[in-house]
Design a protein around this ligand. Structure first.
Ligand SMILES: Cc1cc2nc3c(=O)[nH]c(=O)nc-3n(C[C@H](O)[C@H](O)[C@H](O)COP(=O)(O)OP(=O)(O)OC[C@H]3O[C@@H](n4cnc5c(N)ncnc54)[C@H](O)[C@@H]3O)c2cc1C
Length: 389
């Protein structure tokens, strides 16, 4: 059979296990953690014990080796309940563990992956800088080789999982030289949390993902051994691009899960809220909103799972990952907007979970490449981008 939409038995069991965990352990805490802007060490450890870190890492390095489709299902189920916990897992896997697993030496993998995959510690990916966001190649952070050590100077901003009690290591993209014709040579370095000259400061007062940990990083003559270069010198830009390709699958999964959660809340509310003597779900304008949400969620799920399947099959998936990230995050935007509308005034009150979903959604169209950048990636892949982009 060439076309089959059935998930495997393991994938169905995984979905149920993560759903049960999210409803039992995360749901009762999500509102309070959001209100207090508090990262949860305990929930992160529990998610690690469930095997949700190291999803695509082989068991010999401590991973759960479940593959990208299963990884997306797990993130989807977390995001159905809470965007912040889903963010910790999505960034922990795709941005933290991913670069070490895909580009690290066997020694680097053995040193870091077992602890990262168990949830004992988290890794972060430091790419964005105050003056280098979408234009990530414009990094100013510099690393200079001085004998047998790298000296790093510069700063990073908005880095997920980089300043909490579990943070163990940060992968940092830095300029390591010139490549000629004014182009910088970019490389990635592994910077342990306790490296001299490295500090991380938590960023507070976020609108969204308030229980996810976001940090500013500062490198002042920060010293790491020469061996902490990740992969080959000068490969940093390529490593960053392909790390983001994988990361987009998990952001898409967050959009899908958040859309699903919003839809379920809206459906339940619409069936219970009575106006004019009838449940509001019986008014066609409300019922059609729910029908549109269900249709778009179905399409989003198919698009994302197809992109994950391509990744699992080791086929090209950049275009599909960008499409899935773009579409799933915009589907969540529309779903959460409909869901708030269906809740009426109550949807604007913090007592109703939909308010948190409405805020959490907004990052998905910005992080790991904005929607504008996804359209550029897709345009390039379909041969539509001119030289100007
Ligand atoms: C909560 C949070 C967590 C994050 N986690 C991480 C992390 O773990 N690691 C990390 O490295 N980064 C992280 N980021 C950073 C994130 O990836 C960037 O915010 C994002 O890439 C956009 O960069 P910017 O904010 O500098 O916006 P800018 O690049 O300044 O963009 C501003 C606007 O201009 C548009 N724009 C820019 N260039 C173009 C163009 N060529 N064509 C059309 N429009 C364009 C953008 O689409 C956007 O609308 C995080 C951000 C947040 C808020």
């Amino acid at each position: 059979m060439a076309l089959n939409f059935d998930l495997t038995e393991e994938q169905n069991l995984l979905r149920q296990a993560v759903r049960d965990f999210a409803e039992r352990e995360i749901a009762p805490l999500a509102e309070e953690l959001d209100e207090k802007e508090e990262f949860s060490v305990e929930l992160t450890r529990q998610m690690g014990e469930l095997g949700l870190l190291g999803c695509f890492v082989p068991m010999r390095y401590g991973g759960s080796e479940m593959g990208y489709t299963s990884y997306a299902i797990a993130v989807e189920e977390l995001a159905r309940v809470d965007g912040s916990q889903a963010a910790t897992i999505a960034a922990g896997n795709s941005l933290g563990i991913g670069p070490i697993y895909y580009y690290g030496t066997d020694e680097q993998r053995r040193e870091w992956l077992p602890r990262l995959c168990s949830g004992e510690m988290l890794a972060a990916f430091g790419l964005t800088e105050p003056n280098a966001g979408s234009d990530a190649g414009a990094s100013r952070t510099r690393a200079e080789l001085d004998g047998d050590r790298w000296i790093i100077n510069g700063s990073k901003i908005f880095i997920t999982n980089a300043a909490n009690p579990l943070t163990g290591v940060v992968i940092v993209q830095a300029v390591t030289g010139g490549q000629g014709r004014g182009k910088p040579e970019l490389s990635c370095l592994i910077v342990p949390r306790d490296a001299p000259g490295f500090t991380a400061r938590e960023m507070k007062k976020k609108m969204m993902w308030r229980a996810s940990n976001t940090a500013e990083l500062f490198f002042e003559d920060c010293v790491v051994p020469k061996e902490n270069l990740l992969g080959k010198r000068g490969d940093g830009f390529q490593q960053m691009l392909s790390t983001l390709d994988g990361g987009r699958l998990s952001i898409a999964a967050m959009g899908l899960g958040g859309a699903q959660g919003s839809f379920e809340m809206a459906l339940e509310y619409a069936n219970n809220r009575v106006q004019f003597g009838r449940p509001i779900a019986s008014f066609q304008t409300i019922a059609f909103k729910l029908a549109d949400m269900a249709t778009e969620i179905e399409l989003a799920r198919n698009l994302l799972y197809k992109a994950c399947w391509l990744r699992d099959e080791n086929r090209r998936f950049s275009k599909e990952a960008a499409m899935a990230k773009l579409y799933c995050s915009e589907v969540m935007h529309r779903c959460v907007d409909h869901a708030v509308q269906i809740h009426g005034g109550y949807g604007l009150m913090k007592e109703y979970k939909i308010e948190r979903f409405y805020r959490d959604q907004r990052l998905l169209e910005i992080g790991e490449g904005t929607s504008e950048i996804q359209r550029i990636v897709i345009a390039r892949n379909i041969g539509a981008a001119g030289r100007a982009i």
